[in-house]
Write a protein of this length. Sequence first.
Length: 277
Amino acid sequence: MIRILLLLMSLSVLLSACGGEHKTSVPIVENIYVQHMKDFTHAGVEAMHQERWASAVHAFERALQLSKLANAPAKITAAWYNLAMAYKAEGQDGKAEQALQKVLLLAQHHGFLALEKRAELQLALLRIAQGKVVLNMQGLASNLPADIYLMSAKLAYLQHQTLQSEQAYMQAILAAGNNRSGLSLQAKALMGLSLLAREKGDQKTAKVQALKVLKLCERVGAPRLSANASLLLAGLKGEVSEQERLDYAERARDIYLILQDKVGELKAQNILKEMAK
């Protein structure tokens, strides 16, 4: 009987704690649609990291629906951008361009500068990939997110503006954080610097930067970027020993094989064939 009374007293305290009103504390109220949107966004980001493009598209489509239900312009615009990147990764350039145009329109209307710049740069990169002529972009303001500088660097690289590309890659590294996303951005920027150094014939710098890429990829898990860095190192005849080149080429080939990247696999195989002669 005593146990039952104690149990009832405990339940009474719990119910009181749950249902009682605390006048001195402010209740935490969270929009359920925003919470679900965050969950789907996180799932989409993870799918993008693992190159599961269809899953990323599905997750970001649901995140967009939920952001609309939350009726939050900033979240709607960001959700459109995420979906555009998933479409682009999946090879649906038409849908990607339409989504980016939506981002641009919303960002300009609501004054979201970072999202506006992202949309402009991504549209320019899409059009270059389609063989279209793109005007040179104007210089970027300071204190922008790292990914914007990274996109700007890639665009300048494709437009053969070496100095501007190098400067933008350095800005990306300085602006990137030290979380998983930030380290991934740093790795991509270092890869860009390595490619620029190789093109200038500076194999020593190209090697140093590519090795940094490999270390960061080992931490964050970016197999394709890791394979690209390994392939670059395998091609540095004057700076990397034959045994190291062989090892890098084999590692790159194995990753490309798993990722079903026929182009990358062929490049690695060609290096291995050349070394076997």
